[in-house]
Structures are given as C-alpha cells and as structure tokens.
Design a protein around this ligand. Structure first.
Ligand code: PLP
Length: 353
C-alpha cells in the first residue's frame, strides 16, 4: 500500500524507570560489598528494565562487570561498555558461540570441560569459570578443577552461585565451604560468590567481586536490604472507559465478579500480555492518587476492570499506578520478585527519570 505510515502515538502504558534509585541501589550494594568490586546482572534486558536504561547508569556509577545469560544479549550491553566487561553466563555451547566470543572480545563463562575445549578450540583467551558448588545447575564439579583442560584456561574470574542465599538455612555455608576448597587452584583470578541476597550474608561471602541483580532493580531478597533498596520500576496504565453498573451485573470473562450494589467501574488497558498476570485478581488493586482501586473479575489479555466507586472523579485517559513495590506485589500475586520484573512486556513506553 502506498503512503507514509505516521509515527505511532505514545503508548497507553508506561514504565517509569527511576535512574536515581538504580544508581542508589548499586551504591548501597557496593558499600555492603566492602572491599569487593560490585558487578551487575543485566540478563533478560536488565531484568525487564531495559539494557539501554540500566547499563549506562551502572557504568556511570563505576560498575565494570556486566553479566548476561545468552550470547544474543551481549551486543546490547557492548553498545554501552567495553566487550571485556561483558560476561556470558551460559558459556560457549557451540564452536560458533566460541568464535563469536573470540571475535567480539566478550568474556565467556566456562561451565564444563566440553565448554573449556570449545573455548580452547576457538583460540582461548581470558575467560571466567563457574564452579557448581551444590546447586546442580551450571558449572564444573569441584573434582574438575584439576582437569588439564580447565587448568590451562586463562581464568580471570572464578565464580560460583548460591542457591538459597535468600533463606537462613545451611546451604549457603555448605556451598561456601566447597567453593573455598577450590580457590587455591585459581590464585590469579578474581573470586566471586555473592548475588544480591549473598551480599547480605556478610563479609565472608563478598570475596573480590559481587554480582547483584534483583536488588539493583528494587527487589528485596533479605530483611537486611529493607529500607535501603529503593523501587526502580513504576508501571502505569490509562483508563479506557468508565461505566456505572447495577447490583447483580457481572464483570469480565466468565462473569466472575457480580456487583452486590450499584458501583462505578473503570476499564484499564493493562492485561496479562503486559505481564499483569491473572494472579493479580482477588487481592490485587491499582492506585490513583493514593486510593486503592480493587480489581474486579478476571484479568483479560489487554485490560482489567477496577472499582472506582470511591474515586468517582476518574475519567477515561487518567493514569492509574500499578503498585509495584516488589515484596508486596510478590505477596499479593504469589509471583516471585524476579518474575514480576522480567514479565513486564514491550507494550510499555519506558521512561527514565
Ligand atoms: C542472575 C545471577 C546473578 C544475580 O542474582 P540476583 O539474585 O538477581 O542478585 C548472579 N550470578 C549469577 C550466576 C546469576 O545467574
């Protein structure tokens, strides 16, 4: 079809991203990390906030170690920081990925003897090495540290990952003990064990480099972070329609909500396709000028209906706030704080302030 397609109007969904809060959170975690350097997990598009928002802020604060999961995520980070500051946690799973790492200059995280061989086959060079200290997810076994292929790697960062640092059980101490026993094999490498929650376990867990993710973006994995970590992500959605319903009328799919009295309701343009899952229904609510607006019935793909009887001034076009204080939202929905962040979809306009 001929003709010029005009620019799309702004979205009716927006994600306000607080860059000052992100910077504050990194500085807070850096202070809690003591003498250790503080890196940043920026996988999954910086936990849904956007690499283009988060990486420049973190680099500006002094962060020099950025962790992604997939090879396809590296380029977006390298657009903002030198390649050797970008670590790919999944490691090379094919010769093509090992070649890519060599050519791009990114740091592969080697997780197995076969990965070490792929890296050597591509020419090798500086890399990170992951030890599996009991999570049974990724990493070499403790017995592999003396494997000749592993021993020949140029390991710059030797790391392991804690499975339960957000809990008070014994697993973190057990993992630390296994990690500790292998450290002597990599005396020239920077040592790194703690994620966000691990940083709160105290100086024994900091080593030379910490790797927070969740808490940078406002997540509170342990009580030690409460009151210190600020909310970064503030989703908002616009009202599409307001209507008055009578007692006995039903709302939404399957008529799950039935009005017991006459009420005023607003249809708001956020739904499960935006990461606002059906688990918000029930105890969930939206906010307007500090007022709580109860969700009514099921969450649709693109919409939700709320009770505005207590705020009858609300009209189509008004912006409502999605309460995204992560520990609270997690309690309300049963979703983890990680899921709440990474679910947020691409129909939001992301605004950084
Ligand atoms: C995701 C990840 C982190 C960050 O963990 P948080 O719990 O989000 O702080 C650190 N290290 C590794 C290896 C990871 O996969």
């Amino acid at each position: 079809m001929a003709g010029i397609v005009p620019d799309a109007p702004p979205s009716n969904l927006r994600l306000k991203l607080d860059g000052d809060a992100l910077a504050h959170n990194w500085r807070t975690l850096d202070a809690m990390s003591g003498q250790a350097q503080t890196g940043a997990a920026v996988k999954a598009d910086a936990y849904g906030t956007g690499v283009n928002f988060a990486v420049p802020v973190l680099h500006g604060e002094g962060c020099r170690h950025f962790f992604v999961a997939h090879w396809g995520e590296a380029a977006g980070v390298m657009a903002h920081v030198p390649a050797e500051q970008v670590y790919v946690l999944h490691g090379p799973t094919s010769a093509a990925e090992a070649d890519y790492a060599r050519q791009a200059g990114t740091m592969p995280v080697i997780n197995s003897v076969p990965q070490a061989k792929l890296w050597a086959g591509a020419g090798g060079g500086p890399c990170a090495l992951m030890l599996d200290s009991g999570m049974n997810r990724l990493g070499i076994a403790a017995a592999d540290v003396s494997d000749p292929v592993i021993a020949s790697l140029d390991v710059r960062v030797f790391m392991s990952h804690l499975a339960s640092a957000d809990e008070n059980g014994t697993q973190s101490a057990d993992q630390r003990e296994i990690y500790e026993r292998t450290l002597g094999h990599f005396p020239g490498a920077v040592h790194s064990l703690a994620n966000s929650a691990g940083i709160a376990l105290g100086p024994d867990y900091n080593y030379g480099l910490t790797r927070p993710g969740l808490s940078l973006y406002g997540g509170i994995a342990r009580p030690e972070h409460a009151g210190k970590i600020r909310q970064v992500v503030h989703p908002q959605a616009q009202v599409l329609q307001v209507r008055h319903i009578a007692a006995g009328e039903r709302v939404g799919y399957n008529g799950e909500f039935t009005a017991s009295t006459a009420m005023t309701v607003a249809t708001v343009c956020i739904g499960y396709a935006d990461g606002f899952l059906r688990s918000w229904a029930g105890a969930g609510y939206l906010h307007h000028a500090g007022k709580r607006l109860q969700l009514l019935g099921k969450v649709s793909m693109d919409m939700v209906v709320v009770d505005i009887s207590s705020a009858p001034g609300i009209t189509a076009g008004d912006w409502l706030d999605v309460p995204y204080h992560l520990p609270t939202a997690s309690r309300v929905t049963g979703l983890s704080q990680y899921e709440l962040l990474t679910l947020l979809g691409n129909r939001f306009d992301r605004h950084s302030a």
